[in-house]
Design a protein around this ligand. Structure first.
Ligand code: ACO
Ligand code: ZN
Length: 290
C-alpha cells in the first residue's frame, strides 16, 4: 500500500526505548498525539504496548505476563524462534507492531485493520525471554500472490543477516503452500537490496547444484526459468530479473537461455564466504490454514 499522507509527514517521535535498546526512529508513525511531545517513549518489548515514562513502563512490566510474542511458535532453532500471530485474534499486538514498524517504513500504509494479515515475528531468546528482532506481515488471502506485505528488522539488528533469514522464511512458507510468491511493491531501497541478494544467492545455489548433478550423470540437461521458480517459490518475473542482473540470461538463436559461466562460479565462491544463519526447514511446524 501507498500512503501520500505518510510521505509528506515528518518524523514525530524523538526516541523509543524497547527492551535494552534506545532507537531513533526514521519516519512518521501515527502514535497518540500526547506521546509525540516527549523526548522518549517506552515500549514493552513483549506486548509492544507504548507508555509515556520509565515509571509507567515499570508498572506495566510488573503486570505484563508475556515473555514472548503472542500466537504460535512455529519454528525454533535456538536461540531464534518464529511466532505466527493472527491480526484478528491478537489485534492489539498487531496494531502496536504496525505502529512500531511504521517508524522505519517510509512508503507503507498503516493497516489499522489488521484482520486480513498474519504476522511472523522473529525473536531471539535469552534467560529473560524472547526479544523481538524483526517481522514480516502477510495477507491471509493475496489477490496478487504476495507472500510478504511489510518486512522489517529493527535497527540494532540490521545488517547481520536477519533480513535474509526473514525473507528465506517467507519463501519456506510459500513452498509448503506450493505457491510462488513475491514481496508487495514498492520495495524500499534496503528492501530491494536484500531481496536482490537473497534471490541471487538462492538461484546461484540451485544452478550450481544442477550443474554438478548433470556432470555426475554425464548428461547435458536443461534447467528453465519455470523449474527455478518451482523449486524456489520465487516468482518467475523475479527469477528472470535476477538472472538478468547476474548476467546469466542470454538471447541465443532466437530464444532465451540460462548460461552457466565463470561469473556464476565466482559469485558462488563469494556467497559461500559469507556463511550465514539459514532456515532449517525440518524445524518448521506449520500448515497453511484454508
Ligand atoms: N547497505 C548495503 N547493503 C545492505 C544494507 C545496507 N544498509 N542493508 C542490507 N544490505 C544487503 C546486505 O549486504 C545483504 O546482502 P549480502 O548477503 O549480499 O551481503 C542483504 O542486503 C541482506 O542483509 P541483511 O543483513 O540480511 O538485512 P537486514 O537484516 O539489515 O534487513 C531490511 C534488511 C529488512 C530491508 C532492513 O534493512 C530494514 O528493516 N529496513 C527498514 C524497513 C524496510 O525498508 N523494509 C523493506 C520495505 S519493502 C517491503 O516491506 C516489502
Ligand atoms: Zn507488555
Amino acid at each position: 500500500g501507498h500512503s501520500e499522507d505518510s510521505l509528506t509527514r515528518i518524523r514525530n517521535i524523538e526516541m523509543i526505548e524497547l527492551g535494552r535498546h534506545r532507537i531513533q526512529p526514521w519516519y512518521f508513525s501515527p502514535y497518540p498525539q500526547q506521546l509525540t511531545v516527549l523526548p522518549c517513549i517506552y515500549i514493552c518489548e513483549f506486548c509492544l504496548k507504548c507508555v509515556s515514562s520509565q515509571t509507567c513502563l515499570k508498572r506495566h512490566m510488573s503486570k505484563c505476563l508475556l515473555k514472548h510474542p503472542p500466537g504460535n511458535e512455529i519454528y525454533r532453532s535456538h536461540p531464534l524462534s518464529f511466532f505466527e500471530i493472527d491480526g484478528r485474534k491478537n489485534k492489539a499486538y498487531a496494531q502496536n507492531l504496525c505502529l512500531l514498524a511504521k517508524l522505519f517504513l517510509d512508503h507503507k500504509t498503516l493497516y489499522y485493520d489488521t484482520d486480513p494479515f498474519l504476522f511472523y515475528v522473529l525473536a531471539e531468546r535469552d534467560e529473560r525471554g524472547f526479544h523481538i528482532v524483526g517481522y514480516f506481515s502477510k495477507e491471509k488471502e493475496s489477490a496478487d500472490e504476495y507472500n510478504v506485505a511489510c518486512i522489517l528488522v529493527l535497527p540494532p539488528y540490521q545488517k547481520m543477516g536477519y533480513g535474509r533469514l526473514l525473507i528465506e522464511f517467507s519463501y519456506e512458507l510459500s513452498k509448503i503452500e506450493r505457491k510462488t510468491g513475491s514481496p508487495e511493491k514498492p520495495l524500499s531501497d534496503l528492501g530491494l537490496l536484500s531481496y536482490r541478494s537473497f534471490w541471487s544467492q538462492t538461484i546461484i545455489e540451485k544452478l550450481i547444484s544442477f550443474k554438478e548433478e548433470s556432470l555426475q550423470l554425464g548428461e547435458e540437461k536443461q534447467i528453465s526459468v519455470n523449474d527455478l521458480s518451482e523449486i524456489t517459490s520465487i516468482r518467475k518475473e523475479d527469477v528472470i530479473s535476477t538472472l538478468q542482473h547476474l548476467n546469466l540470461y542470454k538471447y541465443y538463436r532466437g530464444q532465451h537461455v540460462i548460461v552457466i559461466t565463470d561469473e556464476l562460479k565466482d559469485a558462488y565462491r563469494r556467497m559461500l564466504s559469507k556463511c550465514r544463519t539459514r532456515i532449517d526447514p525440518s524445524k518448521l511446524r506449520w500448515t497453511p490454514k484454508d
